[in-house]
Design a protein. Structure first.
Length: 296
């Protein structure tokens, strides 16, 4: 028992000696022992309970944003390390601004999250894929979807050719209405979904307020409507152009097919006939690179 007390007293005396030496070496330094102790009592617990939680929340939110942009976890780590590098080089670790520096780092991350949230909200892009029985027309899907720059949200679409009845047409039109297309900035449609979107535009206005749609891209769109008609018919271009008169409409051809190219030219002529000045036909060598250019 006596030896244990002696050991405790010795350790305590040694600790006091180290404290005195530290204070003597830092007599002109604002980081004296009392200052460090006060600093720890006033900041450490609060920091661990608030700043760390905020920082973790912001990092998790930023990670979700980066994943939604089609990027990887490596991109997220690169961004975080870049922020840390800037912080470490701008303020010295022994500076009294250390806590402020960490706060600034959190604020910087918060600004990034807020900016990306606004930017993504303004440029929400959706992709309505082809779901017809012709799988060859979807040859570019793998390269497009696996590209980290592809930031569009892919929505499930029905095969509008599955049943050639008016009852089925009513069903998939109601489904398309439930997609809330007017809340998106850019709509990309391909093949069967392009025909579905053209039919949808005959009945629904994507140009009226509060619609956010600024651009519609049709890929391999037909010039004759056959999904809900047994013998096919012309699209009601007067309604279509009126329901997207303030929207930039672009037609693309993905397949090396003369029939589809002619149908696309017919669509452009119809849009021009109804004085839709924002309709364009964009020839391209690589459909994937063309679509990725709209995701910037």
């Amino acid at each position: 028992m006596i030896s244990l007390r002696i050991q405790i007293i010795f350790m305590f005396c040694l600790f006091l000696l180290l404290v005195l030496v530290h204070c003597a070496n830092n007599v002109n330094n604002r980081y004296s022992f009392n200052h460090l102790l006060t600093h720890w009592l006033t900041h450490s617990l609060t920091y661990s309970l608030t700043h760390r939680n905020i920082e973790l929340f912001l990092k998790m939110k930023r990670l979700k944003q980066i994943k939604s942009e089609g990027k990887t976890y490596v991109d997220y780590l690169t961004e975080i390390n870049r922020v840390k590098d800037v912080s470490s080089t701008s303020i010295d670790n022994n500076s009294p601004m250390k806590i402020l520096n960490e706060t600034e780092q959190i604020n910087r991350m918060k600004k990034v999250v807020e900016y990306k949230s606004v930017n993504n909200a303004e440029k929400k892009i959706i992709f309505l894929p082809d779901v017809s029985y012709n799988e060859n027309c979807r040859y570019f899907y793998q390269d497009l979807i696996t590209n980290p720059k592809f930031c569009a949200t892919i929505l499930d679409m029905p095969n509008v050719y599955e049943l050639n009845t008016k009852r089925y047409e009513v069903q998939w039109l109601k489904y398309m209405e439930s997609l809330n297309l007017q809340s998106y900035h850019t709509i990309i449609s391909h093949g069967s979904s392009s025909e579905a979107l053209m039919r949808y535009l005959e009945s629904f206005n994507l140009a009226a307020s509060p619609s956010k749609v600024k651009k519609i891209i049709f890929i391999d769109a037909p010039d004759i409507y056959t999904a809900g008609e047994r013998h096919g018919r012309r699209f009601l271009f007067n309604r279509i152009t009126n329901n997207c008169k303030t929207v930039d409409v672009t037609f693309l051809v993905a397949q090396n097919n003369l029939k589809i190219s002619n149908e696309t030219n017919n669509l452009i002529n119809e849009f021009f006939n109804y004085e839709h000045k924002l309709a364009t036909y964009t020839p391209q060598d690589n459909i994937t690179s063309t679509l990725l250019s709209y995701c910037k």
